[in-house]
Write a protein of this length. Structure first.
Length: 441
């Protein structure tokens, strides 16, 4: 073991397999993203952030170029860390006196997140979609698509409403409130739901509050999408399994997470979840009738047929935008297979990734379902994933599920609870959804 590796708390090399009867080892820095591999990763992340935002302006197209704000902001963050290090004793640990690559990676990622959040666009546009649906329902007007979408509306609140009819009475009630009050209540529910979900997954308060700046969370809250509340239903699943079934109420593919209940034979939870969904249908049926259910199914068909016409807007990040349908099915089935084969809460975390792969359309906030699985990565890999997702969604975001999947086969790149890193949100927890009490600061 080298002196440098010892000072960093890493072995000189890590075994990842065998070849021709001999063990195959990789340098510790290459696996942990410390040392020169870590600096290469930090530089690559910085290059990606600059390339992805080369035409961006903050807070709108007439604002300041993104790079002109990001470079000094990240520079100030790094300078602050260096100054703070000078007042700390060395005591043989490089990490106390010298800047670590993962710290540079984190500073760059957080700086990009803050600027991305500042350029989030039209606020509460998805809530506007839901309120328009409630208005049309109250007025007896068509709620769902009745034809193909051939152009992107300038006002994003005019996007099609895709959720089941039993949600319409709720949105109709929300419409009756003053808009300011409805927006406040909806936003507060999303923020509270995000914090509760993150606490359940295993994050201390300081990390849970900071995680709200991550674009998938911020965009979900800012546009008022139900994805945040869907993630809450997913996060509470280990304790109240029926919520994994109920998660399909708004996003059908989220119901795939309920497969986690089959292996341990948690039939009561499955029955409870199905019962809640059926109850919502039965209770709402006198208000919505059968006709709206037929309209909903037809509307989904029109949306699906419209996706190839406007792939960037209707597929979002969905794999269908980049791959043939047969390839999407193969990827989704492979992800599902790897998820159901895993035991315990690891399997549930993997199912969160599988739901993204199986989604017919995916947007930034849809990646919230990958949070538990993302937390299973080592600190360097975790922050590399956060750096990739610190700017607006693009094809590169799929590198994050790929890195997570790599961790299923390469244990060395996974979080090591016995050697906690202060920059890893889970600390000494062995994985997401830690047993026992909620994490403490």
């Amino acid at each position: 073991m080298t002196d440098r590796a010892r000072r960093q708390g890493e072995p000189g090399a890590l075994r990842v397999g065998r070849h021709a009867g001999r063990p195959v080892r990789l340098p510790a820095g290459l696996v942990s993203l410390e040392g020169w591999p870590g600096w290469l990763a930090a530089l690559a992340a910085a290059g990606y952030i600059l390339a992805a935002t080369v035409y961006w302006r903050v807070p709108d197209p007439t604002g300041i170029p993104f790079w002109l704000l990001w470079i000094p902001l990240a520079g100030l963050g790094l300078a602050g860390l260096v100054v703070a290090r000078r007042g700390q004793p060395a005591e043989g640990a490089l990490t106390r006196r010298h800047l670590r690559p993962v710290e540079a990676l984190a500073v760059g990622a957080v700086s990009a997140m803050l600027l991305t959040d500042a350029a989030a666009g039209q606020p509460l546009r998805d809530l506007g979609i839901y309120l328009h649906a409630g208005e049309h329902f109250l007025a007896g007007q068509p709620v769902y698509l009745s034809g193909l979408i051939r152009a992107v509306p300038t006002d994003r609140t005019l996007y099609p409403f895709l959720y089941p009819p039993f949600s319409l009475p709720f949105f109709a009630l929300l419409v009756r409130l003053p808009y300011a009050l409805a927006a406040l209540l909806w936003t507060a529910a999303n923020v509270a739901g995000a914090l509760v979900a993150l606490r359940l997954v295993g994050l201390p308060w300081r990390w849970a509050l900071g995680a709200l700046a991550w674009p998938p969370f911020w965009s979900g809250i800012y546009v008022g999408n139900v994805a945040v509340l869907s993630f809450l239903l997913f996060a509470v699943g280990p304790w109240l399994g029926g919520t994994l079934v109920v998660g399909a109420a708004f996003k059908l593919y989220s119901g795939l997470a309920a497969l986690w209940l089959v292996r341990p034979a948690r039939w009561r939870a499955i029955v409870a979840g199905v019962g809640i969904l059926l109850g919502l249908v039965v209770v709402s049926l006198p208000f919505v009738g059968l006709g709206l259910w037929a309209d909903w199914v037809q509307g989904l068909r029109f949306y699906q047929a419209s996706q190839p016409l406007l792939p960037e807007y209707l597929y979002g990040l969905g794999l269908g935008r980049y791959l043939p349908l047969a390839a999407v099915v193969v990827v989704a089935l492979a992800a599902l297979a790897m998820a159901v084969l895993a035991r315990g809460r690891e399997g549930l975390a993997r199912l969160g990734v599988a739901t993204i792969a199986a989604s017919p359309s995916a947007f930034g906030h849809g990646f919230l379902m990958a949070v538990p699985a993302l937390l299973t990565l080592r600190t360097g890999w975790l922050w590399l994933g956060l750096a990739v997702t610190s700017v607006a969604p693009g094809l590169a975001w799929w590198l994050v599920p790929l890195a997570i999947a790599a961790g299923w086969f390469l244990p060395p790149i996974r979080h090591a609870a016995e050697a906690p890193d202060p920059l890893h949100p889970l600390g000494r927890a062995t994985g997401p959804w830690p047993d026992g009490a909620l994490p403490t600061d």
